[in-house]
Design a protein around this ligand. Sequence first.
Ligand code: COA
Length: 398
Amino acid sequence: MAGVALRSCAAWRLGQITRMVGSSIVHRVQVHTTSSPLMGATVEQFEQAKNKLSTLKNDPGNEVKLKIYALFKQSTQGPCNTPKPGMLDFVNKVKWDAWKSLGSLSQEDARQQYCDLIGSLVQAEGGSSTPVAAQPAGSSTAYNTLLVTTEDDITTIKLNRPAKKNAITTEMYNEIIAALEQAAKDDCVLTVFTGAGDFYCSGNDLTNFTKIPEGGVELMAKQGGELLRKYVKAYIDFPKPLVAVVNGPAVGVSVTVLGLFDLVYATERATFHTPFSQLGQSAEGCSSYTFPKLMGAAKASEMLLFNKKLTAVQACELGLVTEVFPDSTFQSEVWTRLKAYAKLPRNSLALSKQLIRSVEKDRLHAVNDAEVERLTERWTSDECFNAVMSFFQAKAKL
Ligand code: COA
């Protein structure tokens, strides 16, 4: 979505970011002239790596270019201490984020990583066409954005980006799909979703769309649509009881998929907000079907068309939430309840869930397809572009 907002921001076009990052690297090198070896790469190796960068024939993609930029800055200037650029200064904010993400990595280690990265790019051009950009983690055990644990016959998938209110990045979408696939196969009785920190989830990470592929905004929308289709499908097809432990406010897609959960427990502090029209978008997560079914068309329209934010109690009255708990006892009450439920016979629970849901499966897949098609179109619309620009402008004024 933010990518739509950025489509007129020429600096974000691939060629320009190449020049932007490339020029920083080529023109701003101020490496010490000492000939003594550094701890990792030597100054000479660093200089060689820098020269090799300008000889690369293939564009390694924005992710890699940002990594190169960040490692270069860290190598030559140390950890990022410059003020954070404003929300509307997209290019510098993304560069700043990349540099900042290196934390306290030493300059020596940064130089070594810089040399290794350029080396691997050069090597990749020696015949292999394999993309260098990191692939999203899909492993069943190690996740970057989730904490997945199994205890007492319960697998818990905890969204783990509390500093960003658990906004769902592309990587996180892929990891959740992988975690659901894994949980579907494991021996646990229940699968629980929750969030780290004070939010359950703030929905789609708006920066997902700042990574515009070479094919432009249309390709970005198409790829985003395919990922969303796969993501929602993973919930529709999930074969065991799925429980949401909504530990705080929930926004966007984290709310819409709740209609596909079997139990939704919420702290009284939680709110439920789907600001789609505000953002020039449209409903997803099968909510265009599940919400009217759960709460009636009039109440569903208030949420999905008119952006009404529900309190936990209101969401419970409308059937979206199973039960609301006081915030002070939320975790202890909910987990006591879930541990007791997890002692019920595994197969009986799974088969009963499947009976309840199977009647609707084909319809849900069709709804998912239709919603994705509509959203893919929305992401390239002027309405969406204008709404997203307003969002960033409002943030910039804060
Ligand atoms: N995408 C990207 N970043 C997000 C985000 C999202 N959906 N939600 C929160 N963040 C980031 C903020 O930009 C901020 O980053 P920063 O520290 O680098 O500035 C950080 O998370 C903390 O959020 P902040 O806005 O400071 O917290 P808040 O308590 O004032 O507000 C929200 C929280 C969720 C209400 C607000 O961030 C928001 O409205 N986010 C957008 C939600 C949205 O529209 N989602 C898509 C729905 S379709």
